[in-house]
Design a binder for this molecule. Sequence first.
Ligand SMILES: [Zn+2]
Length: 291
Amino acid sequence: MPELPEVESVVRTLNRQLPGRTIRSVEIHRSRTVRPDSPAGVIQQLTGARFESVRRRGKYLVFHLRRPAGNERFLVVAHLGMTGRMQVARESAPRPKHSVVTLELDSGRFDFSDPRIFGRFSLDPTALKELGPEPLSRNFTPALLGDAMAGSRSAVKVCLMDQSRIAGLGNIYASEALFRAGTPPDRPAGLLKPAEIKRLHQAIRQTLREAIHASFRRGKSRASDGTTTEFYYGEGGGSAGNESRFQVYDRAGLPCPVCGTPIRRTVQAGRSTYFCPACQPSRPITVASPT
Ligand SMILES: [Zn+2]
């Protein structure tokens, strides 16, 4: 499932392609994707509108548009769901399978395809108001991370995936950041000490930055072998695809890249968590006294 880094790479690509382009016509192939609005309402609002920019908030793509009449500005808030893809293609390019939204532009065509139907493409911005702080923003300090987790009795892994506390982290990068910070995933989030919060803060940002870099490179290499401006995101299913990208995620039984201890898998809130029991000890390490 795409998380902050994958969404960021999609946003950067679309933000090079869409601004300045006008929507000539709109097809909604599945009404669920645009709810709570009706397909007819979305078609009416979008037809004739022009893209101004594409931004990211958490795992959401936020399209800024303007209607020519009255200069009315509005947003489309979109989510890739599990395996959604968005791309700008030439008019002559074949339509993707599982297409849910098609926008004919004054030049080219925007396709949103979503085989697993969890994506959205909506005029309703409510979801954005429920999001916690952006972990890569300038004002995201260790103190703000501490505030976000304060009072939480959840395990820190589960807390990091709560979009209302911190926006953008999902199952993959929560595991990766905790490994990097040396934090056991089952520690209650509200009980982390300031030094641990500081390490976790740094680990989250480094993990996300490196993943954005890697994700963007993958997108580029994918684009070079296609005839369209297609690019990517998101491994489908539960497979990590390129193993070497992750230090612990989807690596149960394989040696920890730091200490060689086999990586363990556990389940928290119904999701797999991967960690190194030696690098992320649950209890302070005590040396047994010789008897
Ligand atoms: Zn280790």
